[in-house]
Design a protein around this ligand. Structure first.
Ligand code: PXP
Length: 237
């Protein structure tokens, strides 16, 4: 069965909208774990629009399952990760103007920088995942730069305007998953997954873990976080 990691960034988004100290993403992470999530994801962006340094420090101390620090490969954040020692990091492209992480990393275009970043993380005992589009070249490049995991971007599948488009995107994801598996990479997936489209992705057996944030937090407003996590977890089974 695919495992579930919950991204708690949007609890911090709500807090930052008021500039006060609640709701606290650290408390949210504990509730997600109690409801059955086996990992917590937090994206410390360079612009600190949601997660703050204090959040990731406290998450490191309190997360009992696995802390996955999502981050751009910028020097300031690399230093924070090396000191923090999360259980793993997921490298993503980061643009200041974007609403959320838009495309996957262009690994093939920055092999040197990513090889060196991955080797620094490896020396600190931190496995690295690369967030990539479902594309053969990106899978092969991820293997070449020494990644342990790839996280396959499910955003185009999630945003598909109709069934034909969604089927096409699903096939690309399934192919990328097979290629990554053949290359000896471990595989996660995520972005835009929700209560309608998750089960199909969860049926791809070589995927170890799904990373889901926005849909769970959106539902949590109405049904509570514990129930929202349990409902998405049921869809992973
Ligand atoms: N995986 C990565 C790499 C992401 O950047 C995000 C968004 O922060 C997610 C998964 C979760 O996406 P969503 O919030 O749409 O579930």
């Amino acid at each position: 069965m695919v495992q579930l990691a919950i991204n708690v960034d949007h609890v911090a988004t709500l807090r930052q909208a008021r500039g006060i100290d609640e709701p606290d993403p650290v408390l949210a992470a504990g509730i997600c774990e109690l409801a059955g999530a086996v990992g917590i994801v937090a994206h410390l962006r360079e612009d600190r629009r949601h997660m703050q340094d204090r959040d990731v420090q406290l998450l490191r101390q309190t997360v009992k399952t696995k802390l996955n620090l999502e981050m751009g490969a910028a020097e300031e954040i690399i230093q924070i990760a090396l000191n923090l020692k999360p259980d793993m990091v997921t490298l993503v492209p980061e643009k200041r103007e974007e609403l959320t992480t838009e495309g996957g990393l262009n690994v093939a275009d920055q092999k040197e920088h990513l090889t060196s970043t991955i080797s620094r993380m490896s020396s600190a005992g931190i496995p690295v995942s690369l967030f990539i589009d479902p594309d053969s070249d990106q899978v092969q490049a991820s293997k070449e730069v020494g990644a342990t995991f790839v996280e396959i971007h499910t955003g185009r599948y999630s945003d598909a305007a109709n069934k034909v488009e969604q089927n096409r995107e699903f096939d690309l994801i399934a192919k990328a998953v097979d290629e990554a598996h053949e290359a000896g990479l471990r595989i996660n997936a995520g972005h835009g997954l929700n209560y309608v489209n998750t089960a199909r992705i969860a049926s791809l057996e070589k995927i170890e873990e799904l990373s889901i944030g926005h849909a769970v937090m959106a539902r949590a407003i109405f049904v509570g976080l514990d129930q929202a996590v349990r409902e998405i977890l049921a869809l992973c089974k």
